[in-house]
Design a protein. Structure first.
Length: 210
């Protein structure tokens, strides 16, 4: 009996040790820049179609398009997409990977080193867009997501192994990622909109010649 209890205790301690979670303080002096990421649909409405793929009415047609799959990696996580497909054009994936790399480098040497952002949406078929419009008032018929050149990054929640990120931690990471996006937008690589009703950065590929 004693041996059994000891074994259970050791097992619990080992589990807790491997699941150590700690909290981080907040600096409170992060540059606010997300409010400057405010591109309107009218700024880029014709660009996704010219840079992207032909519309896909259903999943079968997606297989006929030249697309790159996006997966969770060392820079970001790809979350399950109820109304979408984790695929982008090759240029859009290159943009996403660039954002991930620059964000990773920006966090080096900080308390957030190793944090990842979450990608919540990418390509959508026409039927998926119609379904989304029934539950999301932000969704529009001619969405940039239909062309594989657009993705959403959740800005209200980030991921850092072994750490319980507080609201202010996530707010700071939001602005740090916002700085990366602002610089890329300034260089005309993309358009970015900070959405709040659906808390994400809506990123649209712009210049595919860079």
């Amino acid at each position: 009996m004693v041996l059994t209890i000891a074994t259970i205790t050791i097992g619990v301690l080992f589990f807790l040790k491997t699941r150590v979670i700690y909290s981080l303080g907040c600096d409170g002096n992060i540059l606010m820049i997300s409010n400057k990421l405010n591109d309107k649909y009218s700024n880029y409405k014709n660009i996704p179609k010219s840079n992207g793929i032909a519309l896909c009415n259903n999943l079968k047609e997606v297989a006929d398009r030249d697309l790159a799959e996006i997966n969770t990696n060392k820079y970001y996580r790809v979350l399950p997409m109820k109304h979408g497909i984790p695929k982008l054009t090759h240029d859009a994936k290159k943009l996403l990977d660039t954002i991930g790399l620059l964000f990773h480098k920006k966090l080096l040497g900080t308390k957030y080193e190793g944090a990842k952002f979450n990608v919540t949406s990418a390509l959508r078929t026409v039927s998926q867009q119609k379904a989304l419009m029934k539950v999301n008032t932000n969704a529009i018929p001619k969405s940039a997501h239909l062309y594989g050149t657009t993705f959403d990054i959740k800005h209200s929640k980030f991921y850092l192994p072994m750490v319980r990120l507080s609201r202010c931690n996530n707010d700071e990471l939001k602005e740090m990622l916002g700085q990366v996006l602002y610089d890329l937008r300034k260089q005309k690589y993309c358009f970015v909109t900070t959405e709040n009703r659906q808390p994400c950065f809506h990123v649209v590929l712009n210049n595919i010649s860079n």
